[in-house]
Design a protein around this ligand. Sequence first.
Ligand code: ADP
Ligand code: ZN
Length: 512
Amino acid sequence: MPPAVLDALRTTFGFPAFRGVQADVVARVLAGERTLAVMPTGAGKSLTYQLPSVMLDGTCLVVSPLIALMHDQLRAAEAVGIRAATLTSADDNRDETIARFRAGALDLLYVAPERASSEGFRNLLGQAPLSLFAIDEAHCVSEWGHDFRPDYRLLRPLLDRFPDVPRLALTATADAHTRADILEQLGIPHDGMIVAGFDRPNIRYHIAPRASTTQQIADVVADNPGAGIVYVQSRAGTERLAESLQKTGRPVRAYHAGLDPAIRRANQAAFVASEDMVMCATVAFGMGIDKPDVRFVAHAGLPKSIEGYYQETGRAGRDGDPAVAHLFWGADDFAKARQRIGEVEPARQLGERVRLNALGALVETAGCRRAILLRHFGENPADQCGNCDNCLNPPAATDATQVARKFLSAVFRTGQMFGTGYVEQVLLGQSTERSMTNGHENLSVWGIVEGEEAALLKPVARALLLRDALRANAHGGLEFGPGARALLKGEATLSMIVPPKRERRRRGDASG
Ligand code: ADP
Ligand code: ZN
């Protein structure tokens, strides 16, 4: 790294050194190479374009989807003396900003994607010196991603108009499929991807079925005296829970997008300043909040995705001290999620279903939670982390290898083209018009699963998908993946938590 870069890091930003992959990303950007940086929240993505923006001539254009976040970033950039501005519908100094941009007097200009792709703005870009395109929350460009925004698709033609201006895409949350899609959509070469480590070793993960949410959350609050966030799915739910947690004697507040902005601001400020407050919030809370000493995060229901879970739990323990993450889930969460998937555009349903299955595998595993999370983000973790509920207290598990083999055989015998539901029917011997027409009732796998094994079918199917022993094709049909062989040959085993009796039927229902 050239001394001038380290100099700028120290003098402008006041940091003694780069953290993690920051140095690699900055080096690529300064060399003019197109780059995708996948870095978890808090890893310091902003620096990777802010530092080049002060070192390079011209303006770095930052595309960012959330105006509220842009203003936070603007304040932070200006605080260290970077010449920055935002150009959004919420700004009344747009003429002044445009003049500064034209004059080359801005290091950073933040815009929303819809503005970036407008004709007027495109013309403006041709008249101003550009140093870099930084595309924040780049997973928004992928239909496969969990937060697709059609406006992001309009960026490519804009970028391609300036082929010599380097581009840096940034995201905190992207599975392998989404990452490949981002590279493709934004014209970044495959060797231009830099992925930071995702592990947060000081966070202890706990996941349990829901019994009485209020009581379970009150117990978490009692066990954890430090500040914490409880994520609740509905706005009304945050206020109800805040109300009932008053009895814990802790300061409690609620936060959701429906609250008066002044109250929202006040509650957020109180939380940041407090050492023991419990914030009952929707997922609207947390982005852009700098509070390193959050000691616990609890989910009172299923998060939207593994990405969401990782991001929300990641708000705990930023200071590196021990922190805990609790999740309480119910089969009805899965039913609701499935219903929501049914309502999204058909092109996006498969991705959503795969994501829901991954979440199912995370909550149902008898194995290490961290291992599942990290594998989801493309890492190759140890089988045991020693700092999650299942590693610390291994649950009663049942060997599901036989059921897994039966499942794989049924997928194979029916021609690797049917979905989970149909394969289950075949294994359970549930006769339908379809199974008769297909002649599947004569197969050796017809009706070979019964009794206790039946409750394991759905969790096993999910586990097989997660291990890449099965893959879903574009129509949801299951086919063998590279992980199938080891199971069929007896070289690998599969163990699952024994569903508690009372929960058994409902859990068996929790599928995607
Ligand atoms: P992200 O966008 O990846 O979530 P931010 O860019 O907001 O992360 O940075 C998270 C925090 O880390 C900020 O408080 C930032 O000032 C700090 N930070 C970034 N880079 C460094 C560094 N090299 N050394 C120390 N602190 C850093
Ligand atoms: Zn573990």
